[in-house]
Design a protein around this ligand. Structure first.
Ligand SMILES: [Zn+2]
Length: 247
């Protein structure tokens, strides 16, 4: 049977700790909780690491977070050689916040890139020091400098970033919201989560289940590390933190 974990990070990506109860432990020691602040790997964003603190104060290090049988079932995978948790135990959760915040900044940066480069997305991957977005772009004239300048204009404008839920019908009526060429947002649940940028989503909105910072200013300084050609019309853009190196 699949469990349904309450995903606290969807409403508040800034939760660093929370309390929860163990509802199941799988045969590899993976813990399923009633609620969690640990994001599970999906949509190109890696899952959280961190620790679960037991009532006696001992800590179980969590190396990865993944989804189980369904997207709603979130499994906390312990690092090797950890004590197994028992069903019914109360635990205090703590994510590796420094890493998560880097991922939130990078994930938001990927959204900004899709604003600067408004082309169909064929793939994306977020990591704490280097992220990439692949686009179908017939025109190869983009330069790192131009795209970086466009990104930094959005960062400096410090637009708000927020989420909004819409119905399947609203999404169907606005097909332009979906920028991904191959991945369709999950429909049938009745509600789709949009990540919006700017007052009244004036800059952008697109379906996404990941975690993001609350303003474009919080992304901080970023630049395009590289634009790689991946096939005739496919371009891979790499995003890095910090100013563009001089060379
Ligand atoms: Zn996102």
């Amino acid at each position: 049977m699949a469990y349904r974990t309450e995903a606290l990070f969807r409403d508040d990506a800034y939760l660093k700790t929370a309390d929860a109860t163990v509802v199941a432990v799988n045969d590899r020691g993976g813990a399923i909780l009633d609620r969690t602040i640990f994001y599970a790997t999906s949509g190109g964003q890696p899952g959280d690491s961190g620790a679960l603190e037991r009532a006696d104060g001992s800590r179980i290090e969590i190396a990865a977070t993944i989804t189980g049988e369904t997207k709603e079932e979130i499994i906390h995978v312990p690092a090797p050689a950890q004590v197994a948790l028992a069903v019914g135990e109360k635990v205090r959760l703590a994510i590796d916040w420094e890493r998560r915040h880097l991922l939130m900044r990078m994930h938001a940066a990927c959204h900004l890139l899709t604003v600067v480069c408004p082309f169909p997305i064929t793939g994306a991957s977020v990591s704490e020091d280097d992220s990439r977005v692949d686009f179908d772009i017939p025109d190869a004239s983009f330069t790192r400098e131009e795209v970086t300048a466009g990104l930094m204009d959005l960062v400096r404008a410090d637009h708000p970033i927020f989420t909004r839920l819409i119905s399947d019908e609203e999404l169907a009526a606005n097909p332009g919201l979906v920028k991904s060429k191959n991945v369709r947002p999950p429909v049938g649940t009745g509600r789709i989560r949009l990540v919006c940028i700017g007052e009244n989503a004036s800059v952008d909105s697109q379906p996404c289940g990941g975690t993001h910072v609350k303003s474009t200013g919080e992304v901080g300084e970023i630049h395009i590390g590289k634009i790689e050609k991946k096939g005739r019309e496919n371009r891979r853009f790499r995003i890095r933190f910090g100013p563009m190196p001089a060379n």
